[in-house]
Design a protein around this ligand. Structure first.
Ligand code: ATP
Length: 422
């Protein structure tokens, strides 16, 4: 089967690496891809991911039998609907189902209507009403704008004043509705499931590190590192999250006429009352995908295709008992302004180490070498019999990378490894 992978980050490099190992793969292409993905797939240049007509036509012209969509934007914008309309199966939800990520209000209402554990909330169409609710509930409290905000639409307010300010900013920023949530206390973990409409199969867990610097300090980022599995998510908690959150969500989506197909990524808060939903994402996490793929030992083409075509009940994903960790090597200055174009070496030397894989994110070929081309540039990933071993191997890999313009966190995994707490 000829396969097209969409996306250009470390997540997609990890997917490409695993997809390429499948005996079920024929021609393998990526749009737009990156130099790491180019080791596994032929890169197709000049087609933006927003050009749905062009992508559909290109797939028809090249006999593509299956499309794997990495990032969320094409899903929310309905690319899978377009591909399915011409009979090309694609991994990822339709636009209607991708509302689980694209609209926080949609998801909160779905949870409320189906008694799915999540933070209590109110929604308001004016700043005055929102502020009154904040005063009534007290702080800490969480203020959210609706829509895909790339992580910038959420304020966890520690005081009522901060919350009222955040409410006002939603409306002065052009928002028409604000979501105000109860503050949930606990440890966060990510739980992944494949969903083909009715069937829900757990697909690994992870924990990430959003802040830029050691000790969970500094600005929020797309993620500076991750590990899998998340030891805090015991089998019992996973079972509860499956039974109380993921399965009821899949059923509710079927009942709503928008069956969910793809990976459903639940951001969970593990509270004293059990797991509660913080948010859904409708695609693999980045960098969480980079720690799931090295632990998944099955045939990724088969499992993702079965998910997309309603045959998930026929497959059982297989996992290694190993732990995995990924450390993000980012451009100095990220997530703020940063230089691109600086030379990077040592990738092969790092990948020679036992259990080490280097996934590329923001890189570009320049002559025979590689240069940085974004904020998050490399994901130095390792597996090991224990998380400690995976950590030691990943940092040994980092030590072999030659990139003076990069930085990384040195404490990835501190929660699970009992390292210095912030
Ligand atoms: P991202 O996709 O980058 O995680 P987002 O804009 O989709 O961000 P959320 O995931 O809903 O926003 O919230 C971002 C973070 O804010 C969460 O990871 C969590 O740490 C915190 N948060 C959100 N809602 C709550 C809540 N009700 N109680 C406590 N913390 C919360």
């Amino acid at each position: 089967m000829n396969i097209l992978l969409l996306g250009s980050g470390g997540r997609e490099h990890a997917l490409a690496w695993k997809l390429a190992q499948s005996p079920n793969i024929g021609q393998f292409y990526a749009i737009p891809g990156n130099p790491g993905i180019a080791e596994h797939a032929e890169l197709i240049e000049g087609i933006p991911l927003s050009a749905h007509d062009t992508i559909v036509k290109w797939c028809q012209d090249h006999g593509i039998g299956f499309v794997v969509v990495g990032p969320e934007a094409p899903l929310v914008a309905g690319l899978v609907d377009r591909l399915e309309a011409v009979g090309i199966p694609a991994f990822g939800p339709t636009a209607a189902a991708a509302r689980l990520e694209g609209s926080k209000l949609f998801t909160k209402e779905l949870c409320k209507a189906n008694s799915i554990p999540t933070a209590a909330f109110g929604r308001f169409t004016s700043a005055a009403e929102g502020a009154a609710y904040v005063r009534q509930q007290g702080a800490p409290i969480v203020v959210k704008a609706d829509g895909l905000m790339a992580g910038k639409g959420v304020v966890v307010a520690l005081s009522e004043e901060e919350a009222v300010d955040a409410v006002e900013q939603v409306f002065t920023g052009g928002g028409t509705e604000v979501l105000i949530e109860e503050f949930m206390e606990g440890e966060e973990a990510s739980l992944f499931a494949l969903v083909d409409g009715e069937t829900v199969v757990l697909f690994g867990s992870a924990q990430d590190h959003k802040r830029a610097f050691d000790g969970d300090l500094g600005p929020n980022t797309g993620g500076m590192g991750a590990y899998s599995p998340a030891p805090v998510l015991t089998p019992e908690l996973e079972r509860r999250a499956l039974d109380e959150i993921l399965i009821p969500t899949a059923r509710a989506m079927v009942a709503a006429g928008a069956p969910y197909r793809g990976v459903l990524y639940a951001g969970l808060m593990l509270t004293a009352d059990g797991p509660k939903l913080v948010e859904y994402n409708c695609r693999f996490g980045d960098p969480e995908c980079q720690v799931l793929m090295p632990r998944f030992t099955g045939d990724l083409v088969q499992v993702l295709h079965a998910t997309a075509t309603g045959r998930l009940a026929e497959v059982t994903p297989e996992w290694s008992q190993d732990a995995a960790m990924t450390v993000v090597y980012a451009s100095r200055g990220y997530p703020g302004p940063h230089q691109v174009g600086s030379p990077i070496g040592g990738l092969d030397a790092a990948a020679e180490l036992d259990g080490v894989l280097v996934f590329q994110a923001g890189t570009r070929r320049k002559g025979v070498g590689l240069v940085s081309n974004g904020g998050r540039v490399l994901n130095v990933t390792a597996t090991g019999a224990t998380l400690g071993e995976a950590r030691d191997r990943a940092y040994a890999g980092i030590a072999r990378i030659e990139w003076p313009d990069g930085f990384y966190r040195s404490d990835i995994g501190w929660r699970a490894l009992g390292k210095a707490t912030p």
